[in-house]
Design a protein around this ligand. Structure first.
Ligand SMILES: N[C@@H](CCC(=O)N[C@@H](CS)C(=O)NCC(=O)O)C(=O)O
Length: 207
């Protein structure tokens, strides 16, 4: 049997969480390695691109969150077999990644610059991305992002919406998603309400 080790920072979100969730929900055995940020300088140099998540497959290490999501999605039966549906799944995941990266780029800015950058992002790119994601969801039937069923794209968007609504991001209104893309909130509730997902976060004590 293929031996898998997923390595990511020790919190229940971010770029590594969709793959963790997919492996858990798909019942795929894997080692869930959680890195304490204080150990990151030592871990960094054994990663291919000096970043997490990474996935080890029988001792071979790879990186890039959406590539990992696709791979584990296929193992877990959570990635479309149809090429067009796979493209829609990828598009949603990459759009979420774009928003995450743009917000991530503001984290180390000085207070004033961060406020300005985040207010601009909230009114501009983030709103536009959320509206477009909502339109894609609607076009696909309104429930899931691809294949009319749960895929790794749903986990990626679930994490993004949870992050945006959590209130941890200064200067990004926590009601932004509710205001501009209410169907994404319904989607968030739908995914969070899947019994295996709810049971997983109940065990992890994550609201
Ligand atoms: N394109 C990469 C980006 C990876 C990335 O930036 N990961 C962050 C954590 S979410 C990281 O490792 N940051 C630590 C650092 O850059 O030193 C991916 O999608 O996996």
């Amino acid at each position: 049997m293929t031996k898998l080790k997923l390595t990511y920072f020790d919190f229940d979100g971010g770029r590594g969480e969709p793959a963790r969730l997919a492996l858990h929900i798909g019942g795929i055995p894997f080692e869930d390695e959680r890195v304490n940020p204080k150990d990151w300088p030592q871990v960094r140099d054994r990663t291919p691109f000096q970043a997490l998540p990474t996935l080890e497959v029988d001792g071979k290490i790879v990186a890039q969150s959406n590539s990992i999501n696709r791979y584990v999605g296929k193992l877990a039966g959570l990635y479309p077999k149809d090429d067009w549906q796979a493209l829609l799944c990828d598009e949603a995941m990459d759009a979420a990644e774009d928003i995450g990266t743009r917000i991530g780029n503001t984290i180390d800015l000085a207070a004033d610059a961060k406020k300005k950058a985040r207010e601009e992002l909230s009114a501009g790119r983030i709103t536009r991305h959320l509206e477009q994601l909502q339109a894609r969801l609607k076009a696909g039937g309104g429930e899931y992002f691809a294949d009319k069923r749960l895929t790794v794209a749903d986990f990626k968007i679930f994490m993004l919406v949870r992050w945006l609504r959590s209130g941890v991001l200064d200067h990004i209104p926590k009601n932004l998603v509710d205001r501009v893309a209410p169907l994404l909130v319904k989607h968030f509730e739908r995914v969070g309400g899947i019994p295996k997902v709810a049971a997983y976060y109940e065990r992890r004590k994550v609201a």
